[in-house]
Design a protein around this ligand. Structure first.
Ligand SMILES: Cc1cc2nc3c(=O)[nH]c(=O)nc-3n(C[C@H](O)[C@H](O)[C@H](O)COP(=O)(O)OP(=O)(O)OC[C@H]3O[C@@H](n4cnc5c(N)ncnc54)[C@H](O)[C@@H]3O)c2cc1C
Length: 400
């Protein structure tokens, strides 16, 4: 008989895990707290490891990417509000694929809904979540609740995969309270989709306005209006959740009077939805306990500054499938192999995230100045590379 796994959460990690499990001959069942599949979301840059994982999961052909030609133009706004050439997220090494979070989820959904893939449709139960998890050793008994009716029922599984995000309920129930694993980064984000580009910029331009402690990033896309990230640092994270987020953003960004900030603050008031949240990293000594394993943000959230959360969630699902295939009938060995293969990659990106945070939102005026110098040098190096490529051998330098 096929082994059954419960996957909690139908985000990137959950669906990637479900496909990986199915590739290993398991029967996954997904439960998702939301009443239906979510769409849209914010800009995500998918790195080479994530794109390879999409290939391994067989969903790369379904992935809609939105890169403007040559990564598009990126502009940096000065303190006076003037624009100068900048370095956008898409210009970093690795040539990230520009997508919305929902584009990755849509591709994975194709993978689990059985359209053209082997293994048929995965059982997905919306408006459902676990309320108790009991690992008896032989199997895991899970008490599930239907959020619509309140009905509860118990079901046994050979494995439970907690892919239920940063504030994972599976982690809390099986591993312990959030405070034991979520590190606080004293920073906030607000992410949403623009209806229109910032006035006077080209449709696919990216715009960055980064000051000490606060920054606005506009991510230009090829085939739709950009998405926005407002991010700022604060010593009072709890206080940020009191009152209206929009009013709070207006207060935090007051005095930063450039076109990107003005447009973003006006647009967030009209946005049908936006994400307003604090920034954390999840650090755990182990990602599995018996027959319960965590994956994605639930296990290792590297956070948005790392730019690796979606990539590592895809990779985690694909690698879980691989480890189970390579260790059939040996769950403990498979989970140990999976974790030891993945952990160096996650550790590296969790560490780099601190440095990347300085690029997203510098911590002080000196950090802001240093950031500008580093980026100017990067632009000069990029121009030199381009000139060299154009001329074949001769070296030409464009003004930055
Ligand atoms: C603004 C922003 C920008 C980002 N940019 C990038 C980027 O450029 N590159 C990159 O790689 N990553 C990026 N990330 C990170 C990336 O989006 C996340 O790491 C990734 O989406 C996490 O996926 P996940 O499936 O682990 O968790 P989630 O997306 O949080 O999914 C968890 C799912 O579980 C469900 N759930 C929760 N609780 C329960 C429950 N009790 N029962 C059932 N279901 C439950 C939720 O409804 C949800 O569907 C960014 C993140 C943000 C916020």
């Amino acid at each position: 008989m096929q082994e059954r796994a419960l996957v909690v959460g139908s985000g990137i990690a959950g669906m990637a895990a479900a496909i990986g499990l199915r590739q290993a001959g398991w029967t996954p069942v997904i439960v998702e707290r939301a009443p239906e599949r979510r769409r849209g979301g914010y800009f995500v840059g998918l790195m080479p490891e994530g794109r390879q994982a999409a290939v391994d999961l067989g969903v790369d052909g379904h992935l809609h990417t939105r890169n403007p030609p040559d990564g598009g133009k990126a502009w940096s706004l000065t303190r006076r509000g003037d624009r100068e050439p900048g370095v956008g997220f898409l210009h970093q090494p690795g040539d990230p694929a520009a997508v919305l979070r929902g584009d990755i989820e849509a591709a994975l959904w194709q993978g689990i809904s059985g359209d053209g893939t082997a293994g048929g449709r995965v059982d997905v139960r919306f408006a459902t979540g676990p309320v108790a998890i009991d690992d008896t050793g032989g199997e895991v008994q899970v008490l599930l609740e239907d959020a619509g009716t309140g009905a509860q029922y118990c079901e046994g599984f050979d494995l439970v995969v907690g892919a239920d995000g940063l504030r994972s309920g599976v982690r809390r129930m099986v591993f312990g309270p959030h405070e034991d694993y979520m590190t606080t980064w004293n920073a906030m984000i607000c992410a949403f989709q623009l209806q229109e580009q910032v006035p006077s910029f080209a449709a696919a331009d990216s715009i960055i306005s980064a000051r000490a402690g606060r920054a606005v990033w506009v991510f230009g896309l090829a085939d739709r209006a950009p998405t926005v990230l407002l991010t700022y640092r604060t010593d009072d994270v709890a206080g940020q959740f009191t009152g209206s987020p929009i009013q709070r953003l207006r207060t935090v960004f007051s005095g930063m009077d450039d076109p990107a900030v003005r447009h973003a603050l006006d647009a967030v008031e009209q946005a049908p939805e936006f994400l307003f949240d604090s920034v954390h990293q999840v650090r755990m000594p182990r990602w599995s306990n018996g027959r319960v394993v965590l994956l994605g943000d639930a296990a290792w959230c590297p956070n948005l500054y790392s730019g690796m959360g979606a990539t590592s969630a895809l990779l985690g699902g694909a690698e879980l499938g691989r480890a189970l295939r390579e260790n059939p009938d040996e769950l403990e060995a498979a989970l140990a192999a999976w974790e030891s293969r993945l952990r160096p990659f996650i550790r590296k990106h969790q560490r780099i995230a601190r440095l990347k945070q300085q690029m997203f939102v510098p911590s002080s005026r000196p950090a802001e100045a240093l950031r500008s110098v580093v980026l100017r040098l990067a632009i000069k190096a990029r121009n030199r590379r381009r000139a060299k490529a154009r001329s074949g051998t001769s070296l030409e330098i464009e003004p930055a």
